[in-house]
Design a protein around this ligand. Structure first.
Ligand SMILES: C[S@@+](CC[C@H](N)C(=O)[O-])C[C@H]1O[C@@H](n2cnc3c(N)ncnc32)[C@H](O)[C@@H]1O
Length: 413
């Protein structure tokens, strides 16, 4: 997405729809500054395992781009393996492990790679250090990565704004939006060559919405977090698209009647399912506002990617085995436990709910398995990575292990 508006789309008038719920319009808001206040899992917590992940970034310190310098490549790769140069920020945590390390149903923080203390075998004949007597250690409290559960959902999502923004600007965040947009645009163009009415459910701060508005579509964002909506309104205003973006504060599972019967051409439901108690129910609620033959796009973390991610990025093979049979992962960013889904399972829900022509795309087929995160900040490398990701998004078998899946379907007429 290049941020330019497609000239062939005439801009529709700014329809003001009264849904009987709190509505934030870009023009009516002042600053879209993220709220001050503590961020769940902020820097006062121990350094988390850094795994690029889409909608569940942890709150690692912001990634520090490493400038390429001769001879640093190997060092950088080593640092990345150790989780230092990664800056991958976003990260799920391995699922609970069976056995003594599992600290009671939560998600235990695990250091990755070289950060973990290792026994280094001594070469035969090498001088050995004098042995020091072992002093019994005071037992330390177990390390924990349990995401502090934040009871109020709006607060939970609202207070992670600054970390969320950092994640969006990181290479893996940019890739997620770029690939989703490319896939959507192909389907939207097949639907109509004019402006469409798009509903972005749980649309957050408008990462998808503003891109579609920049193409001339009218987008209504629904989200339950006012801070997200304020940021979305600000983003739309800054892009000069305030008249094409409406923001509505509402719960997707309890959409106001005006929206639920809205007859939208396109409905997005991106990275909501991980937080939903009942995916099928949420998908049913999300499909209600879509007109017959309209496009539905759902994106979610891919459960199949979790064991690979844990193995490759954390080098924690027992945790990878455990992840094979788990549909849970922890996220520090939003203080939540996530439910992981598969494209197969969500496709079954969609067809059961009256959708057809379900197309499966992979989002970030390669990025998350490249541990040298610092290189992803290099513009030339990023450009190559984006090209590769775009080439892989609809190819077997890569979409099956991509970090996220995006399904685009038609609602039956
Ligand atoms: C991970 S963010 C994704 C935002 C956006 N779809 C994206 O991918 O950039 C999840 C968003 O879902 C919103 N959310 C979670 N549960 C929701 C619900 N039941 N109804 C409306 N919004 C919800 C949160 O406030 C948050 O903005």
């Amino acid at each position: 997405m290049d941020g330019r508006r497609a000239p062939r789309h005439p801009r529709p008038s700014a329809a003001v729809i009264d849904y009987g719920v709190k509505r934030i319009t870009p023009a009516s808001r002042g600053s879209a500054e993220p709220p001050a206040g503590p961020v769940p899992g902020g820097q006062d917590q121990q350094a988390p395992v850094r795994v690029p992940e889409d909608d569940a970034p942890d709150s690692s310190p912001p990634p520090v781009p490493v400038r390429p310098s001769p001879g640093r490549g190997r060092h950088r790769a080593r640092e990345a393996r150790a989780g230092r140069a990664s800056g991958a920020g976003p990260g799920t945590v391995a699922p609970p492990r069976a056995g003594p390390e599992h600290t009671g149903g939560g998600y235990r923080h695990r250091m990755s790679g070289a950060a973990e203390a290792r026994e280094v075998p001594t070469a035969p004949g090498a001088p050995t250090a004098p042995k020091t007597p072992r002093v019994p250690e005071t037992p330390k409290p177990p390390k924990t990565t349990e995401a502090p559960e934040v009871p109020d959902p709006a607060q939970k999502f609202g207070r992670a704004m600054s970390v969320w923004k950092e994640w969006q600007e990181a290479p893996w965040g940019r890739l997620r939006y770029a690939i989703a947009e490319a896939n959507l645009v192909r389907h939207c163009e097949a639907l109509s060559d004019g402006p469409l009415r798009v509903l972005d459910l749980a649309g957050g701060d408008g990462g998808d919405a503003v891109r579609l508005a920049a193409r001339g579509h009218h987008v209504t964002i629904v989200d339950l977090a006012p801070a997200m909506l304020e940021a979305a309104a600000g983003r739309a205003r800054e892009a000069g698209l305030a008249d094409l973006v409406d923001c509505v504060e509402a719960d997707v599972d309890r959409l106001p009647a005006g929206l639920a019967g809205g007859g939208f051409d396109v409905v997005l439901c991106h990275n909501l399912l991980a937080y939903a108690d009942d995916a099928r129910h949420t998908l049913g609620a999300a499909l209600a506002p879509l007109r017959p033959d309209g496009l539905f796009s759902v994106m979610a973390l891919n459960r199949h990617s979790q064991p690979l991610t844990v193995a490759v990025r954390e080098t924690d093979l027992p945790a990878a085995v455990a992840a094979l049979d788990s549909d849970r992962a922890g996220t520090r960013m939003f203080g939540s436990t996530l439910t992981l889904h598969t494209a197969e399972e969500v496709t079954r829900h969609l067809t059961g709910l009256g959708c057809r022509d379900v197309r499966h795309y992979g989002v970030r087929s390669v990025c998350d398995y490249l541990v040298d995160d610092a290189r992803k900040y290099e513009p030339a490398f990023y450009a190559e990575l984006e090209s590769l990701e775009l080439a892989l998004t609809d190819r077997h078998p890569y979409m099956h292990t991509a970090r996220l899946f995006q399904l685009i379907a038609r609602k039956d007429g």
